[in-house]
Ligand binder design. Sequence first.
Ligand code: NAP
Length: 213
Amino acid sequence: MHVLISGANRGIGAAMADRMTARGDDVTRTARAAEGHIPLDVSDPASVGRLASELGDRPIDLLVCNAGVFEDRGGTLGDGFPPDMWARMFAINVTGAFLCVQALLPNLRAAKGKIALISSQLGSSENASGGNYIYRSSKAAMINLGRNLAMDLKSDGIAVGIYHPGWVQTDMGGSGAAISPETSAKGLIDRFDALSVATTGRFETYDGRAHPF
Ligand SMILES: NC(=O)c1ccc[n+]([C@@H]2O[C@H](COP(=O)([O-])OP(=O)(O)OC[C@H]3O[C@@H](n4cnc5c(N)ncnc54)[C@H](OP(=O)(O)O)[C@@H]3O)[C@@H](O)[C@H]2O)c1
């Protein structure tokens, strides 16, 4: 199985790449700039285009849109959340995922592949608890993106899953987070394996529970 992961150089992306490689999957590890990784800055359309050219017509069985940023933590409603931060975070968290899906659609179609979008519980509108406006909005947009891609790609046999990876001990989640990247990666990979057109469009936690939208 050929898997392509964005942001595979550290955190959850690296843990997924390591685990899938260890079980024998053929993993294309991409990163903005990291040795041993194929270059991919998801916020740069030219970079996404170069990756697609490099892959040519090679089928992709699973595309994992994992790259993400959380820059607005601790921002205050009165003076936080500047417009350039909205633009940058959406370019990576939302547009970046879309551009990857769009550019790699021929490769996904060739394999009747699957798409996994790594969103977050913070993107749930039912569980809104305030703050982190940009991150929450971007992850909510990712859930919406996944729901609509699932509709459009069902007839191609391409399944789309949307996931909350847990609160994970990475640079983003912090050392006090609940679970290790390895635990998150194991759960997520189980979800990817179970994903099919029959279950497309679901928003699930890494450990297999349906997440409220
Ligand atoms: N950790 C958590 O508790 C948690 C919870 C919910 C959801 N998530 C989501 O899970 C995903 C992975 O998070 P993580 O905890 O592993 O975060 P992380 O440790 O901060 O790693 C983020 C990854 O995204 C990459 N990235 C950032 N901007 C990029 C760009 N423009 N192009 C390509 N790659 C880019 C980073 O690459 P560089 O090294 O180049 O910066 C890095 O590989 C994210 O989408 C995050 O929102 C995480």
